[in-house]
Design a binder for this molecule. Structure first.
Ligand code: BGC
Length: 735
């Protein structure tokens, strides 16, 4: 539809119709004859506006979507199509590694392909918008939603934000198989105090702009159709009613012109925050901040008409919000094709097809990070191997945001082992997944592992016996998949005690133990890493997880993942991140014996495994960093080259990482900041030179004057294979 027609359409709409566009409800309201129950009435919904809400959350499946859309269009006075939105996070039905795992690939292009497949499967099932990618920066492993992020680094997060928006949206939203992306949660939802979900966020404007905002901006610049508000307050003001954040920063500075949707019930929650007296005031504040859609409460539909009549909200603002929603529908081509790609035939052809599964297997294998390996991996087929641990025989490998996936599509490790090693291979759980009494409120149904004390003892002893007879033991351990995700903050970061006990017993009878570790967050791995001879971090790897794990354990795929987030030594270190500032009393080599230094007296300052770290089955030598010149001016480019050699016996992939440190500036600068990554694959003994291009724009930061600028002076440039690399060259930025 042309802009002109769209504007005309808006003009012909009544105030109520426009406000209805700003309401989002869940599917059950539209599938059944709507009879509102008490609590729903209290939320401000009315039967009339629910039936004509502009968008719906959580309905999927081509047939159902087509039926709902047809019925809706016949009811709607202007035949404006309904928007179908849903959380498609790490895949629709073919499930890819969780976003944190995708971050560990250090391969945004691969993540873009995964997003494109997720979009395709979702599109044929009738979805128009996904609430993804979540690009919140996270430094605190206690926060459960770390699994949905790509980690702690603004640069890496920005690459993934852009790649995911491109993968989901393609060139043009109305094209076949594209869906709209929604950048979330604006802003800084990943920094709740003490890592507790939904908790207060207190950040200086400098920290917010320097570290947290870049990834949102990258997603917005890539053209994301929507942005979602965050549940949290930022420096005292809830994000969903924060005019400065939404108007000044998001709309004016970032030039975001798309639809701003609240998080689930977040407008109403401003009352609970103690920021608004009642729902009417919440509606007013959210309107003033420019929030276009009220997700899952009737706060807007209950109050906006009144507020307009009273002159407290200008109808023009309603028009703008409704128009943005109409524009999104138009960008998706819904006025011409209200069912877009929803097709029962296509669902059969596309969903979970071989090609999609192969991509999932490849992505999973590339997301694994080899944290430790004392010559134990890869395994040899001739070895007598016992596979032990509660992750050996579960299909729950996809993480907690994969509710459109089906665990029936997932093979267990045991099944893959038996296919590849023969039916006599030993596979035993050895223990429960969770300690008894673990509190996963709301999830009891899923986590009910009923077993008696005797059964548990029996399970343990059997595993210990088999482990004693094996040449080597592969232990599949980790967090329960419902221990990370929304509302799963943790105060302890270890795997369940029952599994640690199993691990300890196995280590007593076998000296060759490799651990395959499942988790949605960095865990405190001290007890595991000290004793195990090898540790492979596999996150929640998705539909093809078990195949990918065996691919990597057998060496069919050489691991190449890198940590997108620091793994703390202990929970007391968090929040921890590699790009921290120097203090006035740094604790370093020269000051090891000094008392008054910035350090802990009981644990090291360093994380157990740093950002950017990850091993391979081969080894690499990185040497000879050379700069094409040692001075740089704005507008000029400089090349930094480095040699890398595969010094081992097998082909392998390494991620070269370029970090920069601004030595002195108008505000203190991080010890190091990631500026560039390059993934290279080398044959045994192959040596190549890799070039990075540096220019002045890469040296810019949020200065004391509140501007993104560079400041002349000395910079250090590091190239290596983790954030710990210390070989550097110096470079002067000259005015
Ligand atoms: C989450 C969002 C999600 C929304 C809709 C909220 O609880 O914070 O990330 O998109 O629910 O499911």
């Amino acid at each position: 539809m042309t802009e002109k027609k769209l504007k005309k359409l808006l003009q012909s709409m009544s105030l109520t119709e426009k406000i209805n566009q700003m309401l989002q409800v869940s599917g059950e309201f539209l599938t059944e004859e709507t009879v509102l129950t008490g609590p729903m009435k209290q939320k401000g919904f009315t039967e009339e506006n629910i039936g004509l809400a502009g968008s719906v959350i959580g309905v999927h499946g081509a047939q159902k979507v087509r039926e709902i859309q047809s019925a809706y269009l016949t009811k709607h006075p202007h035949r404006i199509p309904l928007l179908f939105m849903m959380d498609v996070i790490n895949g629709y039905r073919t499930i890819f590694p969780i976003p944190l795992g995708q971050g560990a690939t250090f391969d945004p292009e691969l993540s873009c392909k995964c997003a494109a497949v997720a979009a395709k499967e979702a599109a044929v099932s009738g979805i128009h918008v996904t609430f993804a990618p979540m690009v919140d920066l996270v430094r605190d492993a206690r926060w459960g939603r770390v699994m949905e992020s790509t980690g702690e680094d603004p640069y890496l997060n920005s690459l993934f934000a852009e790649a995911n928006v491109k993968g989901l949206q393609g060139e043009t939203l109305s094209d076949e198989y594209q869906i709209a992306a929604c950048i979330k949660h604006f802003a800084a939802y990943g920094a709740p105090t003490a890592g507790r979900d939904y908790n207060t966020v207190e950040l200086s404007e400098h920290t917010l702009r320097q570290f947290y905002l870049p990834a949102y901006e990258a997603g917005i610049s890539a053209g994301a159709g929507l942005v979602m508000t965050a549940f949290n307050t930022i420096n005292g003001i809830p994000a969903s009613g924060n005019q400065w954040l939404m108007k000044n920063v998001l709309r004016d500075e970032m030039k975001f012109e798309g639809v701003l949707i609240s998080d689930w019930g977040a407008i109403e929650e401003m009352v609970a925050h103690g920021y608004c007296e009642n729902r009417e005031e919440a509606a007013l504040r959210a309107m003033n901040a420019g929030v276009d859609i009220d997700m899952m409460t009737g706060v807007y539909s209950e109050n906006l008409s009144e507020l307009v009549v009273e002159g407290r909200v200008n109808e023009e603002e309603i028009d703008q919000a409704a128009y943005r929603i109409l524009q999104l529908k138009n960008r998706l081509g819904l006025f011409e094709k209200p069912f877009k790609d929803a097709s029962v035939e296509k669902e059969k052809e596309i969903i979970l097809c071989e090609e999609n599964r192969l991509l999932a297997r490849n992505a999973a294998a590339k997301s694994f990070v080899l944290l430790k390996n004392e010559k134990l991996l890869p395994i040899r087929k001739t070895d007598k191997i016992a596979f032990i641990g509660p992750y050996v025989n579960t299909r729950d490998l996809s993480g907690s945001w994969s509710f459109t996936g089906d665990s029936a599509d997932v093979k267990t490790i045991e099944e893959v082992v038996k296919e590849r090693f023969g039916s006599s291979a030993v596979c035993l759980p050895g223990s429960r997944m969770l300690d008894k009494g673990i509190n996963l409120q709301g999830f009891q149904d899923f986590t009910n592992e009923s077993s008696t004390r005797e059964q548990e003892q029996d399970m343990l002893e059997k595993a210990v016996e088999e482990a004693g007879k094996a040449d080597l033991v592969i232990m599949a351990l980790g967090e329960h998949y419902l221990q990370s995700g929304e509302a799963t903050s943790r105060g302890e970061l270890e795997i369940p005690e029952v599994q640690l006990n199993l691990f300890k017993r196995i280590c007593e009878v076998n000296k060759n133990v490799a651990v395959v570790l499942f988790s949605g967050r960095p865990l405190d791995l001290r007890r595991i890493a000290i004793k195990a001879n090898a540790v492979l971090q596999v996150w929640f790897p998705g539909t093809e997880g078990a195949e990918a794990i065996i691919d990597v354990l057998t060496g069919a795929v050489n691991p190449s993942g890198k940590l997108p987030i620091s793994f703390p030594y202990s929970v007391g270190q968090v929040p921890i991140h590699y790009n921290e500032y120097l203090t006035g009393r740094p604790f370093d080599e020269e000051s090891l014996q000094e008392r008054f230094r910035s350090k802990y007296i009981d644990v090291p300052n360093e994380p157990l495994f740093p950002f950017g770290y990850g091993l391979s089955y081969t080894t690499f030598r990185i040497s000879n960093i050379t700069l094409s010149k040692s001075e740089l001016k704005a507008g000029e480019k400089l090349s930094a080259s480095v040699e890398i050699e595969n010094t081992g016996m097998i082909t392998g992939t390494e991620v070269l990482q370029l970090y920069i440190r601004d030595v002195v500036a108008s505000v203190v600068r991080p010890i190091k900041e990631l500026k560039c990554i390059r993934k290279v694959t080398l044959q045994p003994k192959q040596k190549i030179e890799v070039n990075f291009v540096i220019d002045e724009t890469m040296l810019r930061f949020y200065t004391a004057q509140g501007k993104w600028e560079s400041e002349p002076g000395l910079f250090k440039l590091y190239i290596g294979n983790s954030s710990k690399s210390s070989t550097c060259k110096e470079l002067m930025l000259v005015p």
